[in-house]
Ligand binder design. Structure first.
Ligand SMILES: [Fe+2]
Length: 162
């Protein structure tokens, strides 16, 4: 996996990305106290690519897990000549396992995003999530799966107990 670096200024000014950030924000929900201070938005481009047959690009961590941000949305930018990259959503208790290791009843959904801007979102406290490794497809060109991850987090204020 590689974190792709884009020109930050161009990306920040990208109208489509800004509209997506606003649209995703509308899907989030917060306690009244969370809304007093700014909500932080994290934007990461995650590119999995494979050059040769038999190569595997693995997302980290390679198991069902939860992130610490309450909301994360994933939007597909590109998926070319790859197999895998299958998403799984499961109950939180499945954390640390591969989807095939858990009881089928604990698996909520298994799917692939294949079209540009196809998306999904998770409310982290309620689920664990996973994306399977990507391998090269049958074409001659390199395999690529590029996703934008947008996460939302309230300002975390330290608890001072005195
Ligand atoms: Fe994650």
């Amino acid at each position: 996996m590689s974190r792709v670096s884009f020109n930050r200024k161009n990306i920040r000014n990208n109208k489509l990305l800004n509209e997506i950030i606003k649209a995703n924000y509308k899907e989030t929900f917060w306690n009244e106290e969370d809304k007093i201070l700014p909500i932080h938005v994290g934007v990461n481009f995650v590119k999995l690519y494979v050059e040769k047959d038999g190569d595997k690009a693995i997302s980290s961590p390679d198991c069902l897990h939860q992130d610490c941000e309450p909301f994360t949305f994933a939007h597909l930018i590109e998926r070319t000549n790859v197999t895998g990259g299958t998403n799984a959503i499961a109950i939180p208790e499945a954390d640390g396992n591969k989807p095939e290791e858990i009881d089928n009843n604990d698996l909520i959904e298994v799917f692939e995003i294949t079209q540009p801007l196809e998306s999904y979102g998770v409310y982290d406290p309620d689920v664990s999530h996973y994306v399977s490794p990507v391998e090269k497809g049958n074409g001659n060109n390199i395999g690529v799966r590029l996703v934008i991850l947008i996460d939302y987090q309230q300002t975390v204020v330290a608890d001072v107990d005195e």
